[in-house]
Design a protein around this ligand. Structure first.
Ligand SMILES: [Zn+2]
Length: 144
């Protein structure tokens, strides 16, 4: 890895200079200034290469971000339409770019979903005597 960096640098630099010399000879053959065109070509190529490098780097950063987002589980929930109260199944993938919204299956209107985070205490499991087999019921139900 460390060895390949200077070699790549030498290779790309010699490519830039080689192409610039060829292009400068072409300009000279057409009656232009050799060194002026040579310097111009070197500069233009370095600018283009640095641009390309930035674009490629951004592309890979974007790809990595995409992979991280894909690793996130999509969230599914049933939500009622804000217009006609029809229940809709809504699947939402956490994404930093998109708003959470769905189209109602009944009225086709677009619903915007506000996502809230709610905190709660962790509930302790209730110890119920398993031998009775009687599930816990609401006190109100027992009275009736
Ligand atoms: Zn609706």
């Amino acid at each position: 890895m460390i060895k390949s960096i200077p070699w790549n640098f030498v290779k790309s630099t010699s490519t830039v200079f080689g192409l610039s010399i060829v292009a400068a000879f072409g300009v000279q053959a057409l009656g232009g200034n050799f060194w002026a065109s040579f310097c111009l070509f070197v500069t233009v190529q370095y600018i283009l290469f640095s641009f390309a490098g930035t674009i490629i780097r951004n592309y890979f950063i974007q790809k990595t971000l995409q992979k991280e987002l894909e690793a996130l589980e999509p969230l599914s929930t049933i939500l009622e339409c804000a217009y006609c109260n029809t229940s809709n199944v809504m699947t939402f993938l956490p994404d930093q770019n998109e708003r959470a919204e769905f189209d109602c299956t009944s009225c086709n209107k677009k619903n915007l979903v506000n996502i809230q985070f709610v905190v709660a205490r962790i509930t302790e499991p209730v110890n119920v005597n398993s031998s009775t087999g009687i599930p816990l019921t609401d006190i109100k139900d027992e009275k009736e």
